[in-house]
Design a protein around this ligand. Structure first.
Ligand SMILES: [Zn+2]
Ligand SMILES: [Zn+2]
Length: 334
């Protein structure tokens, strides 16, 4: 029997990541707000790049309280689960996570639970892949917040994704037929959306948070994301089947929480295989190699398959089986 994943708090020492406080509150910035706080780099083969060196401590006494104040103000990363189902039904919302207030990871139907003010604060959307259950709220969000962001002098929302994903959005969503082309509206110079490509392995710095782009194995080009927190990374696999490249990378970074998908029960293993998803039979062997001290959460279960997936995971691990995510819960990486 594979070793169960730990569900409780981590026991091993973790790197104490320094985090800058999210520098801007909502609606404080000019129309180019999405640009300057976007910093990109590429992850090295082993481990993430070190955080920037803090400024040298000033010799005069008067400056020291200010430095201590800045460090106290740093707050944990907040991950709010807006949607974590593999399809819709009453009470089931598709994939979306809100990082603090200004960064959205995937834009499934769960985005619709945010208030208009909350929607209008989102400056960055990181998209795992082009499937509709992960992108449809980009289009609806752009329309919903356009007037409020214009009135506030807020800039474009930046959509970050693989080039193939962005091309799919241009061709199939923002084409003037399915939806207006918000990459050129209300004007080409200041559109509602800007599309920004990334590559697997790239490390994004968005709104003061650090997010690495991870590999995924799906039916279309796809990625996952690792959000860096002070006690380790919050990792979201995206839609994926068995994926050795992901596990290679996860062995190199400090993982605190792993959000991994299991879309189907084992009776639909063939469907899971051809659709690039996990079922418990393929997920259990991958989790068996997980280092200790990582909290595992299951996501993207198809409505109606929840009982089968949880029963099959419990058959392998009993009470130590990972729990499913619940829409509305908030995880803090402190
Ligand atoms: Zn998908
Ligand atoms: Zn999906």
């Amino acid at each position: 029997m594979p070793r169960p994943p730990a569900g409780g708090p981590t026991r091993r020492a973790r790197r104490d990541f320094f985090h800058a406080e999210d520098p801007a509150g909502p609606f404080l910035d000019g129309p180019n707000r999405a640009g300057p706080d976007t910093i990109r780099s590429t992850a090295p083969r082993a481990g993430l790049p070190p955080d920037p060196e803090p400024p040298p401590r000033p010799p005069d006494r008067d400056a020291r309280p200010a430095l201590r104040l800045r460090r106290r103000a740093a707050r944990p990363v907040s991950i709010r689960v807006l949607g974590c189902s593999g399809a819709i039904a009453a009470g089931c919302r598709t994939t979306a996570f809100l990082v603090d207030e200004r960064v959205l990871i995937d834009a499934g139907t769960g985005v619709g639970d945010l208030t208009l003010d909350e929607l209008a604060r989102i400056d960055h959307i990181c998209i795992s892949h082009s499937h509709l259950d992960h992108v449809l709220s980009i289009a609806l969000l752009a329309d919903a917040v356009l007037r409020q962001r214009l009135a506030a002098g807020r800039g474009s929302i930046t959509v970050h994704a693989l080039p193939a994903t962005l091309q799919a959005l241009r061709t199939h969503v923002f084409n003037g037929v399915i939806w207006p082309d918000f990459t050129r509206l209300p004007s080409p110079e200041a559109p509602a959306l800007r599309l920004q490509p990334f590559e697997i392995g790239e490390v994004l710095s968005l709104a003061g948070r650090t997010i690495e782009v991870l590999p995924a194995a799906h039916t279309v080009p796809a990625v996952g994301f690792a959000v860096r927190g002070r006690r380790g990374h919050w990792v979201f696999t995206g839609d994926t089947g068995p994926n050795p490249a992901l596990w290679q990378r996860l062995r190199e970074i400090d993982v605190a929480d792993l959000v991994i998908e299991a879309a189907f029960g084992d009776d639909e293993r063939a469907l899971a295989a051809i659709s690039g998803h996990h079922c418990p039979a393929t997920l259990i062997p991958e989790l068996a190699d997980l280092p200790p001290g990582i909290t595992v959460h299951i996501t993207h279960i198809k409505p109606g398959d929840e009982a089968a997936v949880l029963r099959e995971l419990a058959a392998a691990w009993g009470d130590a089986a990972p729990r499913p995510l619940v829409a509305g819960q908030t995880m803090a990486l402190d």
